[in-house]
Design a protein around this ligand. Structure first.
Ligand code: PLP
Length: 451
């Protein structure tokens, strides 16, 4: 990238395509080159690009009112946007707080949990336990909870440590067990951590129900969350599901928790909440939690200037309407099943170690040796090579690394917009197949083995 550019990019020496417009799952650069948006940006643009009705919604709302301050007044569109989340949860959640993104949502979730305990008279409960190899945002508060070591690196002096437990990561189980014969030790670890921290000091446990970029779409054994919920209940620890990535249809249901036999006390949302058309996030909680605060101080003042922004709320309402009108939750589930089934064909490659996920988020983990699961070292930059080769072939695909205890290991995440067709999924698979072949050949893997 030219040093003359005024953009402070993530990687100063990398060349970034200049995107001029987009339509559905495609983005186009200034020269008209077409790219498939294989991960919906940051697992975000769930409805695809270029929806004109979103522009109409923003224009109409701007003409009515574009900003009001949460401390002074409310709007009808905010009420509607809150209702949409509650309805999608079949009224499990009864109150919603809109913010401007995922990190703000997880921050507010933590503060809401703290307020609940303060209102209950449990003044000592403040710690939030989380998992290693997790991601909850980049502001310092939730970066403390994040267990994605690569994203914490360098900022540790600003972070607080409240306790991290091992991830639910069956492919590289920290207990060297297989799901079929384990005792979900990774869930039992929560009780050990609560006891070690002191139950009177623990406010909440936060986790991504299906892991995001830190261990690309890893999912626990089906009974993991029941065990987690049981432990939380025993010690009056609130259960926060960080569904910033998984929420609003990404996994084939409105919320990923709906796959498991548990319901969280608090949920954090972002990304797909706006379909990709406005920076917005939200936190929702149960009536029981709200009642506890209502019957005591009856206040929750923290927030941000932009909280409950009417423009964002109008986009949220339209996003839910669009999802319902086009049956996109069902489509996400069906397309997700097809995507995963087709991706499984890539197991023929000697470096494809694991393919996992739920709905429209499927992760691929690459290994140097399939039988030992030996990971590539960071000096190889294997997932970066995949990302770059895919880009040459016209597809953006997000990469990640550090799945092997934060130091080694390479992954990519396939997570296109819900509106993708089966033919377009086939196209993605063809590009990935060619991409992996090219990278394997460059790294000395026998092409005969590739087949
Ligand atoms: N939580 C999860 C699970 C995420 O995946 C992310 C972002 O990737 C965040 C929180 C932070 O969201 P944002 O980047 O919108 O602040």
């Amino acid at each position: 990238m030219s040093k003359d550019s005024k953009i402070l990019n993530p990687f100063f020496k990398k060349e970034y395509p200049v995107i001029s417009h987009g339509k559905r799952i495609y983005m186009y650069d200034e020269d008209g080159k077409e790219y498939i948006d294989g991960t919906s940006g940051a697992v975000l643009c769930s409805l695809g690009h270029g929806l004109e009705e979103m522009g109409d919604v923003l224009k109409a709302q701007t003409e009515k009112i574009s900003f009001v301050y949460r401390w002074d007044c409310v709007t009808d569109v905010l009420e509607q946007a809150c209702n949409k989340i509650c309805e999608a949860s079949e009224n499990h959640f009864s109150k919603v707080f809109y913010v401007s993104g995922g990190s703000e949502a997880t921050e507010i979730a933590v503060k809401l949990a703290r307020k609940y305990h303060l209102n209950k008279g449990n003044h000592g409960k403040y710690k939030v336990i989380s998992r290693w190899q997790s991601y909850h945002g980049s502001t310092m508060g939730v970066l403390s909870l994040t267990g994605f070591t690569g994203r914490r690196a360098g900022y540790e002096p600003y972070l607080h440590e409240f306790g991290h437990i091992p991830p639910a990561y069956c492919y590289r189980c920290w207990y060297n067990k297989e799901p079929k014969n384990c005792n979900i030790e990774c869930a039992q670890a929560l009780e050990n951590e609560i006891l070690s921290q002191g139950p009177d000091s623990v406010s909440a446990f936060i986790m991504e129900p299906i892991s995001g970029m830190s261990i690309c779409a890893a999912r626990p054994r089906d009974d993991y969350y029941e065990k987690i919920k049981e432990i939380c209940k025993k010690y009056d620890v609130l259960l926060i599901f960080d569904e910033v990535m998984t929420g609003i249809g990404r996994t084939g249901k409105y919320f990923a928790y709906q796959y498991f036999n548990v319901k969280p006390d608090i949920i954090a949302l972002g990304k797909a909440l706006c379909g990709g058309y406005f920076p917005i996030g939200a936190v929702a909680c149960t009536e029981a939690l709200y009642e506890t605060i209502y019957n005591n101080t009856a206040e929750f003042p923290p927030g941000y200037s932009w909280a409950g922004n009417p423009l964002g709320c109008a986009v949220v309402v339209k996003t839910f309407e669009y999802i319902e009108e086009h049956h996109l939750i069902t489509k996400s589930a069906e397309n997700g099943a097809y995507l995963k089934q087709r991706l499984k064909s890539l197991h023929k490659h000697p470096t494809v170690g694991d393919i996992r996920g739920l709905g429209m988020m499927v992760g691929i983990e690459f290994v140097k040796n399939k039988s030992t699961k030996e990971a590539f070292g960071p000096e190889v930059g294997y997932s970066l090579q995949i990302n770059q080769e895919a880009l040459k072939r016209g597809m953006f695909i997000e990469l990640s690394s550090g799945c092997d205890k934060g130091v080694r290991g390479d992954m990519i995440m396939a997570a296109p917009a819900f509106i993708i067709t089966k033919e377009e999924i086939d196209k993605m698979i063809d590009i990935l197949d060619e991409t992996i072949t090219a990278v394997e050949e460059r790294n000395g893997f026998l092409s005969e083995a590739i087949g």
